[in-house]
Design a protein around this ligand. Structure first.
Ligand code: SAM
Length: 473
């Protein structure tokens, strides 16, 4: 039985409810009166339920889909402005005891190079990342209680935060590690992580069990209930995601929104972010063996629908996507992207060559440098942001959401983005990027509505040219 507030996976992600939702969506995909009603509700910025959003996903009427895209663009502008937050993944270890059939880290893969960073190697990796200009990382690791126990992850986080190289600093570490216990989530919280990210991979229980045939990740309920344990452990920024391509996208989309509704209903705060990874080629993995790959059109539609269904939830696109796809979905609601990512263990300090036995998790489609990504964003009138202020000011969970809901982003996130961009330009940018960036900052300062905030931001930006760092609202 479907129960949004239940703490049991099979009840808050009820297969019955998803099947009923898909049938309802099919029955109503041409019901223009209902579709108009749903779009009108989304226009009021009230978000959409999984049923409502699923009707729009099933709908193929071109004018209605265009309305959804226009609305997604508007909501993106209103809540996130033109800022795009940048981060990089850092792979700590690819030792893994699980059998995930789509992931090259699976335990039976004997031809991938197994690596685990030592603390000295982490210093090298983080120094390389700081030298690019990164301030936010998402750490990634396989699941292996012997090689990657929680103590190892905690030690890595501690090392990462302690590295201060030139003007560099990693100010926010998000964590993408396997589902764990409340006690371990508490330890991660104490280690001052940002968001805890865990992709569901698929919400379809039967497929989940087939796709994860062995290892602790096989347990669907333990995995699906992880975010509740994370929140019980005190982490109030959690990031959801589905690995698109594994199961039918309409099923996953409904499951994803039901998960968001569940977190909101039980904990009073929805997911901080939603990621939309698509399955990629990797060592030992041929994505074409999975039958449910989605086209770029469907991908864009999903991004737009996530934006209008959960307007206050950030959306993340990784370098699994090409520059062209990223350009297409950025205006539809994406708020964070990774840049210059390496998915191999140790790949920032020592990039792998063709001859090396790879340790990478998947092939990246966007291989540009961070400077190229920053430059490209600014040429499209986005503000690349390295901001980490909310989390460092304790504006997590519902406190961040209320900032978003009260549309204070222009008086807070906007100046923070400009100040962190200025740091980037001073410390890491090429001459051309710096030139474009300085002009952009000048223009964008004018858009800060509160005169006092605008004046202070100008002063701080001036101080950054004089060598001062790390201002925030
Ligand atoms: N092992 C942890 C877990 O179980 O959640 C950490 C996550 S893993 C390092 C990061 C994510 O990469 C996975 O959750 C999965 O969705 C994604 N991934 C795995 N194989 C992939 C592939 N071939 N293409 C694209 N993404 C993949």
């Amino acid at each position: 039985m479907y129960n949004v507030t239940s703490l049991k996976a099979e009840e808050f992600i009820s297969d019955e409810e998803i099947q009923a939702t898909l049938a309802y969506a099919d029955a109503n995909k041409d019901n223009v009166a209902l579709i108009d009603e749903i779009i009108a509700k989304a226009k009021e910025r009230k978000g959409l339920t999984h049923r409502e959003a699923s009707v729009l996903l099933a709908c193929e009427i071109p004018e209605k889909i265009d309305e959804v895209y226009t609305l997604a663009e508007q909501l993106k502008k209103d809540y996130y402005g033109n800022r795009i937050v940048l981060f990089a993944p850092l792979y700590l270890s690819n030792y893994c005891v699980n059998g995930c059939v789509y992931c090259p880290y699976h335990a039976k893969n004997k031809h991938i190079a197994r690596k685990k960073l030592t603390q000295e190697e982490i210093v090298k990796e983080v120094t390389a990342l700081q030298d690019m200009g990164h301030k936010r990382l998402a750490i990634e690791a396989g699941e292996d209680p012997v090689n990657n126990p929680i103590e190892y992850i905690l030690e890595c986080i501690h090392t990462i935060y302690s590295i201060k190289h030139k003007n560099g600093a990693i100010r926010r570490v998000n964590v993408n590690i396997a589902a764990t216990t409340v006690e371990n989530y508490r330890k991660l919280k104490e280690a001052e992580i940002g968001t805890y990210i865990l992709f569901q991979e698929t919400y379809h229980k039967k497929s989940y069990e087939t796709l994860h045939p062995t290892g602790p990740k096989h347990d669907y309920a333990y995995h699906t209930e992880a975010m509740d344990r994370a929140m019980e452990g005190g982490i109030d920024d959690v990031g959801l995601g589905v690995l698109f391509g594994l199961e039918m996208y309409r099923y996953e989309f409904a499951g994803l929104l039901m998960h968001a509704e569940h977190l909101e209903a039980v904990h009073g705060v929805g997911p901080h972010t939603i990621s939309v990874p698509r399955i990629k080629h990797a060592d030992d993995i041929d994505p074409s063996v999975f039958d449910n790959g989605i086209s770029d059109d469907i991908f864009a539609k999903i991004c737009a629908l996530i934006r209008i269904s959960v307007p206050y939830t950030g959306m993340i696109i990784s370098t699994r996507e090409s520059q062209a796809v990223r350009e297409r979905v950025l205006p539809l609601g994406v708020s964070q992207i990774s840049g210059a990512s390496r998915t191999s263990v140790g790949g920032y300090a020592e990039p792998e060559t063709e001859e090396d036995v790879t340790s990478a998790q998947f092939d990246v489609s966007d291989q540009r440098t961070l400077d190229e990504v920053v430059n490209w964003l600014m040429k499209m009138d986005y503000i690349p942001s390295f901001c980490t202020a909310c989390y460092r000011e304790g504006r997590t969970g519902d406190r961040f959401m209320s900032l978003c809901k009260n549309m204070q982003i222009l008086n807070c996130c906007h100046p923070n983005a400009l100040m962190t961009l200025k740091e980037y330009l001073e410390d890491y940018a090429s001459e051309e990027t710096k030139k474009i960036g300085m002009a952009l900052i000048e223009r964008e300062l004018e858009n800060i509505p509160n005169p006092k905030v605008q004046r202070i931001a100008r002063e701080h930006i001036h101080d950054i040219s004089e060598g001062k760092r790390d201002f925030r609202f």
